[in-house]
Design a protein around this ligand. Structure first.
Ligand code: FHN
Length: 603
């Protein structure tokens, strides 16, 4: 969106300012958000290309750093005020101890840049209400309440711009410090209760601070959080969204400005049912991504967002790099968190991991930036991203598991290949490829250039032509049939994605069933197992041709608690297209969730 907004937008804004439901102003049949898909694409372009950002959780909570009254406090560090039930007046005393003399904005921005990150999102105000910027709306900020006495966001914004990366800010709607909100009934801070008649005052307070963030730091993304208290409604989110977009038409806003489920159910592109421009799955990577919408997985490097002195559970370089690749292969962004110390230093283990990621991105970054999601279903050896432009289409094959025989099968790919090369090869030597009826085989050198993830750039001719039924047998002959690749038959049964779900679910009707179509290259006898969760045990059967195996679903007690069930053996006599069905046995059927079927060659 460029320039001033349309008159219609202005009318919607007026409605918002008057507190009218946006829909009424926009007319019954119109979307509350008049932005066109083209305008949205233009506004979101840099964010979609970026793929990788730094999350920074920094505030007074870094002083106790997970310990209160000499006792370790469980949970995430920035929640210590809640978890240790600290009264506001005691928590406020922390401000007098906040003296981050080691804070170096240029160093932080360089670290993000060298890690290959394209944007930084820092907590301007977390749930404790403390502001890292000089807000005219309150004295509960770093300038008025601490001996340090200087704004922390402006220098970081300038440092980010010097490095050519976008500066963005996190802002919590829930506020444990603001007098408009009372701590929960059991003296807890979550969720806060809005005091009678104080909501409008608090919304005005938020709008004043958000305007400050736009006008003083020119924030490019407003990353809302703390949206869950019942007093905050979707209509509030929509109004705030319209208000902010009027202030800065190019601004990008996440879906936590309203009540859009973080796992993204309900949020869709142009005709948003919920306010917000992208979804925010947290500490998880949706199994199949979130097709059709923009989304970003935010994750910690250890187990806390805010610094905790005793949290040493750091993820490995391999996990972090493969998370980044996995997310990009599903069309999402990775917002990776650092939690600086009270002195203003990013912990050394975080720095080391960011530098390792940076070394990998220096060689392979082109395989993520500006790419789209993989056109394939699951790939047993790794992931894929796609880049299409006027010169044609390049598939980036991210190989986690290097094939022992040097043959990397790209399942079902029928295109002729213009060029194949390893991004890690400075000589850009061409790799040999061959077409087979199972797909395209890329012939690789014996050793992988990168043990974590080696990338092959595969330039294909013409529009992509892929046979998606080609499920690939793994090098050991195993065939893994994932729920996301299944075809469901019925009106209720369906694939469930999102908040920690990746399974066939809603299997209430025993006449409904599920099937996989796939290719077998190496036939034989297979041991069959199923990964199932159910509250009570029902009977099901697996059908391949005229073979039927039946078994009882395990009662795991919870539809999210899965266990593996051995179902028996079956023979696949010849290579080629194969179909496997899973059906309920009607007598005594109990709903079950099905995550996968695995066929392992029977010794
Ligand atoms: O409560 C916050 C938490 O402290 C942290 O900021 C995360 C990061 O996305 N968001 C909320 C929990 O969902």
């Amino acid at each position: 969106m460029t320039g001033k907004l349309s008159a219609k937008y202005g009318a919607l804004l007026l409605a918002a300012l008057l507190g009218m439901p946006a829909l009424a102003a926009a007319g019954e049949d119109e979307s509350w958000n008049p932005e066109t898909a083209e305008q949205r694409d233009e506004r979101m372009a840099w964010w979609r290309d970026a793929r990788f950002g730094m999350f920074i959780h920094w505030g007074l909570y870094a002083i106790p750093a997970g310990v209160w009254n000499d006792q370790p406090v469980p949970g995430i560090g920035e929640w210590i005020m809640d978890r240790a039930n600290i009264p506001v007046e005691d928590y406020q005393k922390l401000a007098a101890r906040f003296q981050p003399d080691k804070f170096d904005a240029d160093q932080w921005a360089r670290l993000a840049k060298e890690a290959g990150m394209k944007y930084v999102v820092i907590t301007s105000k977390h749930h404790d209400g403390f502001c890292l910027f000089d807000s005219k709306a309150t004295d509960w900020d770093v300038v008025d309440a601490t001996p340090y006495g200087r704004d922390l966001l402006k220098p970081l914004a300038e440092a980010c711009r010097k490095q050519g990366i976008k500066f963005c800010t996190y802002y919590s709607i829930m506020d444990w410090h603001h007098p408009s909100q009372q701590r929960g009934s059991d003296a807890r801070y979550n969720p806060t209760k809005m005091l009678e008649g104080r909501k409008a005052e608090y919304i005005a307070y938020m709008k004043k601070q958000l305007r400050e963030l736009i006008e003083t730091c020119d924030t490019e993304v407003l990353w809302f959080d703390g949206e869950w208290p019942s007093w905050w409604e979707e209509s509030d989110g929509r109004d705030l969204y319209l208000y902010l977009r009027e202030l800065k038409p190019s601004l990008i806003i996440n879906n936590r400005v309203g009540k859009g489920r973080r796992g993204m159910e309900g949020l869709s592109g142009g005709d948003q049912q919920y306010a917000g421009d992208f979804g925010t799955p947290e500490q998880q990577i949706p199994a199949t991504g979130l097709p059709g919408v923009d989304w970003e997985s935010c994750m910690t490097m250890n187990d806390t967002w805010g610094f905790k002195r005793d949290d040493h559970n750091w993820k490995s370089d391999e996990t972090l790099i493969r998370n980044l690749v996995d997310i990009a292969s599903k069309g999402g962004n990775y917002l990776l968190n650092v939690g600086p110390t009270a002195e203003g230093e990013i912990p050394a283990p975080s720095v080391e991991r960011l530098q390792a990621i940076g070394r990998w991105m220096k060689v392979n970054g082109e395989s993520l930036y500006g790419t789209q999601a993989s056109p394939f279903k699951q790939l047993p050896w790794g992931r894929c991203t796609k880049k299409s432009d006027a010169t044609g289409t390049t598939l980036y094959l991210h190989v986690f598991h290097w094939p022992g025989d040097g043959r990397l099968l790209v399942p079902g790919l029928k295109n002729a290949i213009t060029e194949a090369r390893l991004l890690a090869d400075p000589n850009r030597a061409a790799l040999k490829t061959s077409a087979t009826d199972a797909g395209c085989v890329v012939h690789l050198p014996d050793a992988a250039p990168d043990k974590i993830c080696s990338v092959v750039a595969l330039q294909v001719q013409g529009d992509l032509d892929i046979d998606l039924t080609a499920t690939v047998q793994r090098p050991d002959g195993t065939i893994h049939l994932a729920a996301s690749d299944a075809t469901c038959h019925g009106s209720q049964i369906r694939y469930e994605a999102g908040e920690k779900r990746d399974n066939i679910g809603f299997w209430l009707n025993p006449s409904e069933w599920v099937e996989w179509s796939f290719r077998v290259d190496r036939p034989g006898d297979f041991a069959v197992s199923a990964m199932i969760a159910a509250e009570a045990s029902g009977q099901f059967e697996i059908v391949v041709g005229d073979q039927r195996l039946s078994a009882a679903a395990p009662a795991t007690g919870d539809y999210g608690r899965f266990t593996v069930v051995d179902v028996g053996r079956l023979r696949i006599g010849s290579p080629g297209a194969t179909r496997l069905e899973v059906r309920a046995v009607p007598a005594g059927w109990r709903p079950m969730n099905l995550k996968s079927i695995t066929l392992k060659p029977a010794s």
